[in-house]
Design a protein around this ligand. Structure first.
Ligand SMILES: Nc1nc2c(ncn2[C@@H]2O[C@H](COP(=O)(O)OP(=O)(O)O)[C@@H](O)[C@H]2O)c(=O)[nH]1
Ligand SMILES: [Mg+2]
Length: 230
């Protein structure tokens, strides 16, 4: 499940790399907020030729990483997925880790591609950007009591049962705080986490959608979840 907004530079190569892993039953579900750069058209073109590619075009719906994630989880469950892997479209989350995430599912309910366990790394981005990530991570870990080191990671695999336990329909985060909201609900449901080390690489093309407004909104959402109990 790949949420996208203006990822036309990478999406075709990413889907081809994922499907090229040769994992039986693997599909690529792209949840696009009707990107003006034509990301959706590229995916629709691939989908017309290959039934393993699915486009969920959120045209007309309010845009947001969280809202797109929620709809993507629901669509994946509707399609009968046994496992749902979510990842960014910009190659920061390298597809080569998909088999490792899947094999970690033998002894957990949610496997997290982690920069913050031994063997993981995040040295490719600017110092300032890494500091922002670390600050947001400590904040969410402390406030929500999450037993996970890399709570900001958007590269994760859920078992079907875990995703159902998170109850995607009632998730409230419009933006990237959905990452923390899902972990929080999972912790409360007693689900087991496992962090799989990944090397996170900076995007080479396109641009980040994380701006100050979204960052601040994320902090407020995490605070609300901590106070209201999700
Ligand atoms: N559908 C959708 N996807 C989004 C939105 N914002 C970000 N994304 C996607 O979420 C992933 C992570 O976003 P990115 O901009 O790379 O954030 P960063 O890695 O924190 O700089 C990428 O695949 C984006 O295209 C949004 O509003 N809607
Ligand atoms: Mg990115």
């Amino acid at each position: 499940m790949i949420p996208t907004f203006n990822e036309s530079a990478d999406i075709k190569a990413l889907i081809e790399t994922i499907l090229g892993l040769g994992i039986e039953g693997l599909e690529a579900l792209v949840v696009d907020d009707h990107s003006p750069d034509g990301t959706g058209e590229i995916v629709a073109g691939l989908a017309a030729k290959d039934p393993r590619v699915i486009l969920l075009d959120r045209a007309g719906a309010p845009a947001g990483r969280g809202l797109a994630g929620r709809d993507g989880y629901l669509r994946a469950l509707e399609r009968g997925a046994d496992f749902v892997i979510e990842m960014d479209a910009d190659f920061s989350h390298q597809p080569k880790y998909i088999p490792e995430l899947l094999s970690a599912m033998k002894d957990c309910d949610i496997a997290i591609g982690s920069r913050l366990v031994p063997g993981g790394s995040d040295f490719d981005r600017s110092w300032a950007r890494r500091c922002l990530t670390l600050a947001a991570n400590s904040y969410a870990r402390l406030l929500l009591g999450l037993p996970v080191r890399d709570t900001n990671s958007g590269y994760r695999c859920f078992s079907r049962r875990a995703l159902e336990a998170v109850s995607p329909r009632t998730l409230t985060s419009a933006g990237p705080a959905i990452l923390h909201e899902t972990l929080y609900r999972a912790r409360r449901a007693g689900l087991r986490f496992k962090e799989v080390p990944i090397e996170f690489i900076d995007r080479r093309r396109g641009s980040s959608k994380l701006d100050l407004r979204r960052l601040a909104a994320g902090y407020v959402t995490v605070l609300k979840i901590a106070i209201m109990g999700g």
